[in-house]
Design a protein. Sequence first.
Length: 252
Amino acid sequence: MRTKSVLSLHAALAALTFAAAPAAAHDLGGGFTINGGATIVSDYRFRGISQTDRRFAVQGTLSLSHSSGFYATVWGSSIDNYVAGESDQEIDLVAGWKHSYGNTTIDVGVLYYYYPNSAAIAPGYDSDFVEPYVSVSQAVGPVTLKATANYAPSQSALSIGNGNEDNLYIAGDVSASLGHGFAVSGHVGHSFGPSYLTIGRGYTDWNLGVSYTTGRLTVGVQYVDTDDSFITPFTGRNASGSGVVGSVGVSF
């Protein structure tokens, strides 16, 4: 979930695009369960910045979890070719541990962002990077509050020309169930720069959304914006400008 360009831009898991609601996990025995989903979004936003030049994206995910709290996830999306060299895919590999203590849930893990064929034009081009994360969420009735920190340690893929760079992203989220399948959410986050994960410097992103779930189908709409501007190199669109993102997802 990054954006690379001639202007040294990189916008995690993820601007908060609505994904399909998790289906009841399929029991594999031995404490293991598996579930997944597929989603079509009108614009793939990562931390407020479009990864698809404000066009549609197809996304999918598959998760394996254990009763001990450990899990592994594969998540993928189509992207535009300004994101990471000539790659038209993003594949996120996630490993973590999640556990609830009463109404409080702790989630720690690491993300590996992989962009197939990103070095097709420039051999040796480094696009992939690692980003550990930690989040704490608190349920208060139908409302859930969540604080998240993602820290990408110093590595060459995040460089903007000054050697290896690191990056910190902190965010706060609130979501609430309204009953009858409806839910609302809000998000605000800040990327501390400069690194390839920012628009050359730090910036703030935010969004507000509503979703409706019936059975395994979820539809959603979100308003997304940032306090900065990034113009894509090929079409001249503002990838970080305000916009409305729609999604349709199915879980399995």
